[in-house]
Design a protein around this ligand. Sequence first.
Ligand SMILES: Cc1cc2nc3c(=O)[nH]c(=O)nc-3n(C[C@H](O)[C@H](O)[C@H](O)COP(=O)(O)OP(=O)(O)OC[C@H]3O[C@@H](n4cnc5c(N)ncnc54)[C@H](O)[C@@H]3O)c2cc1C
Length: 381
Amino acid sequence: MRIAIIGAGVAGLTSAMLLRGSGHQVTVYERATELAEVGAGIQLGPNGVRVLRAAGLDAALRETCVATTSLEGRQWDTGELVYEMRYGDESQARYGAPYYVCHRAVLQNLLREQVGDDRIVLSREVVDITQDDSGVYITFADRSTATADLVIGADGIRSKVREIVSGYERPAYSGMSAFRGNIPAERVGAGDLGAAMVKWWGPVPTHHMVMYRLSDDSVNFVAVVPDEEWTSDSWVTPADPDDVRTRFAGFVEPVQSLLDGVDTVYRWALHDRDVERGWSNGRTVLVGDSCHAMLPFLAQGAVQAIESAAVLARCLSAVPDEVGLTEALKAYEETRFDRVAQVHATCRQHGLFSSATDPDFVDQLYHYDADTAPIDFGVTR
Ligand SMILES: Cc1cc2nc3c(=O)[nH]c(=O)nc-3n(C[C@H](O)[C@H](O)[C@H](O)COP(=O)(O)OP(=O)(O)OC[C@H]3O[C@@H](n4cnc5c(N)ncnc54)[C@H](O)[C@@H]3O)c2cc1C
């Protein structure tokens, strides 16, 4: 099939890698003029790593990522250890893959190399899509056009493709925003941090900070604060480092010395959207944040996008020999819906705070195998 993928984020590039691997003719259209990720880290739980390893990225991930040893939950004012989740060798033994963290640009580059730059077209912003029985017709902002047998909308939480497929609904503001930044490791005594992630729980659960080492030289932090309103038009704004220092004054070390070392900070308004049915319409289908944007408290948004991309690729590999395109797209949604709805709901209930101590939840989260999850092509929904 000729498949046009809209958006070169984790969802789009993973879909492109997997679909290309199964023989489809894939083109990724991205509105940005260059592929550059935000200067932030990303956690890749074992349920996502397993998919990437099976796609041939095992050695590359091992070389470029940090294998996290544990997640420690600590009190902001005393440093007391509230819980500890063991990853490291335990993750490999229990879930069949490590828990990795890396810079977002590292993951983007690995995926992009697999897809091939010749399959990625930059500076193409989709503004319209029409379709009939024989194809899908895409119009870009520069008036150029493209034709495909299938369009995959991997264009994020404010998806234009979603708007065209099922109508526009505003994403919901969570009442929280997140400061994000990276700092040279020597400024926080990264030796002490080792390869652990630490989550410092503030006076209220909506006020917390996660930090982890991205490499020998760099530590990443995400610092969440309650904010009743978000008044800026933009969802990402440059922030004043003094602002994050003030909001986290009183947190124990190494939080203070980390924030003292911060030069550049950005701030994200945290949004999500209800997970709703209707991921496909004719020859158009959604994947990733465009259909299941979630709050970041389980560090699973991109990982769920990887899982969805894997199931979508499996469903499409059955077309046309076993089933038609419509059935394949319905089976994809059916296979994924309950899974992402559960993860999404847990993020809204504030994720790991309540669930970290629930081994059943954690096992269910990380055991899920997108490469073997049963697919029922008989669904008629
Ligand atoms: C603070 C924070 C921390 C997070 N941490 C983690 C984590 O540790 N682990 C994790 O798994 N997830 C994490 N997430 C969630 C994760 O970032 C998202 O779920 C993931 O990036 C979604 O990927 P995507 O490819 O669906 O969308 P996006 O990354 O938004 O990519 C969409 C792409 O489509 C392009 N595009 C948009 N519109 C158009 C158009 N009209 N035409 C052409 N191109 C278009 C965009 O330019 C972009 O490149 C975090 C999120 C936040 C806010």
